[in-house]
Design a protein around this ligand. Structure first.
Ligand SMILES: [Zn+2]
Length: 346
């Protein structure tokens, strides 16, 4: 009777489970996240992560610390990460192809967070580079992503990566902000912006956005509307009655201009004309229907204006300029390379 009572009064410990693809028989450290166990290699963890390097450089406890224990003859380190997140992170460190085989940006944000947390700088650099394929810092690359549709084409190194998932845009924006990876923010925030302001306020998916990002997105609307009118479509919305002073057909071009502005307004995001809206100049389209002089002038103004709008995009979201963010990223990489050199000197 007494035994029975003892058993029922203390909760049974959750059964520990070895994660099979991260359980190396000859591993020399066991990491535990909840009831999941990973038997891996201290040397590789130390090489890849400054946090693990520091941890393992300390005198190794003989189960002195309440957080340390022994399992399967190895030091057991209790981790406070979600087991699935930790699994993705460890797989990236122990399986060379794992990172590029991921097919969803959500998982990349998990790796970005843990690579930042554990100061795994080489992995962090690789994951930022991959996320930049989807959320680039150049307009030409942004156009390529948008034209790719749902997936990158077969020829792309990330073919099969799902591109239009709003939950992923939101996860990337939140993770980029938290891990100080600002370079990803303008394109990722713009991807959310394109869904419209009311969606940002009311959607359940958008509720996941952290407040700082939600505020920045809502505050950006007038600035983005300005990008269209002052840059991309400045000539169309300008006060000059002709797009080109050498216009060859005033009435035809005026009529065509009205038609084009109406079309743009119909495709607008709420009241905002999309500054990076791609307009074709192929024969038969409205933009191609201006006289030669107006078409040439308008096309040149649209192309340079679109580029100027892209340059101004980070500011619209209250972020530093592209140049400053690119410099910060380079400095981080150089710091990393500097550390590698220091190691070699030793
Ligand atoms: Zn004309």
């Amino acid at each position: 009777m007494g035994e029975r009572l003892d058993v029922t009064s203390s909760p049974a410990p959750a059964e520990l489970c070895q994660v099979h693809n991260l359980w190396f028989e000859d591993g020399n450290v066991v990491l535990q996240a909840q009831n999941n166990l990973f038997k891996v290699y201290r040397g590789i963890l130390s090489r890849e992560s400054a946090v693990f390097e520091d941890m393992f450089s300390l005198p190794q406890p003989d189960t002195q610390s309440p957080d340390s224990d022994i399992y399967d003859g190895c030091q057991l380190v209790k981790m406070h990460d979600d087991p699935s997140d930790l699994g993705h992170f460890l797989n990236c460190l122990f399986d060379f192809e794992y990172l590029t085989d991921i097919d969803c940006c959500l998982i990349y944000t998990v790796v970005l967070r843990l690579a930042t947390k554990y100061e795994a700088t080489a992995l962090r650099k690789r994951v930022v580079k991959i996320l930049q394929f989807v959320y680039p810092d150049e307009l030409k690359l942004w156009d390529e992503v948008r034209n790719a549709g749902d997936y990158f084409p077969e020829s792309h190194p990330l073919t099969g990566l799902w591109l239009t998932d709003f939950a992923s845009h939101i996860a990337v924006v939140n993770a980029a902000r938290e891990t100080d990876t600002l370079i990803l923010l303008p394109a990722a925030m713009y991807a959310i912006f394109m869904k419209g302001a009311s969606w940002i306020v009311t959607s359940k998916t958008a509720a996941e956005l952290s407040n700082v990002n939600k505020d920045a997105l809502l505050a950006s609307q007038p600035a983005i509307a300005k990008l269209s009118r002052r840059h991309s479509f400045a000539l169309l919305y300008g006060e000059d009655s002709h797009l080109s002073a050498q216009c060859q057909s005033s009435s035809r071009c005026s009529k065509n201009r009205r038609k084009l502005t109406t079309r743009l307004e119909l495709s607008a995001l709420g009241y905002i004309i999309e500054p990076f809206h791609q307009i074709p100049f192929t024969p038969g389209t409205t933009p191609a229907n201006f006289c030669t002089e107006c078409r040439t002038t308008f096309k040149a103004s649209y192309e340079s204006g679109r580029q100027a709008a892209w340059e101004a995009l980070p500011r619209a979201f209250g972020l530093p300029s592209w140049e400053k963010m690119q410099k910060a990223k380079e400095d981080e990489n150089e710091e990393d390379e500097g550390m590698e050199e220091d190691k070699e000197d030793l």
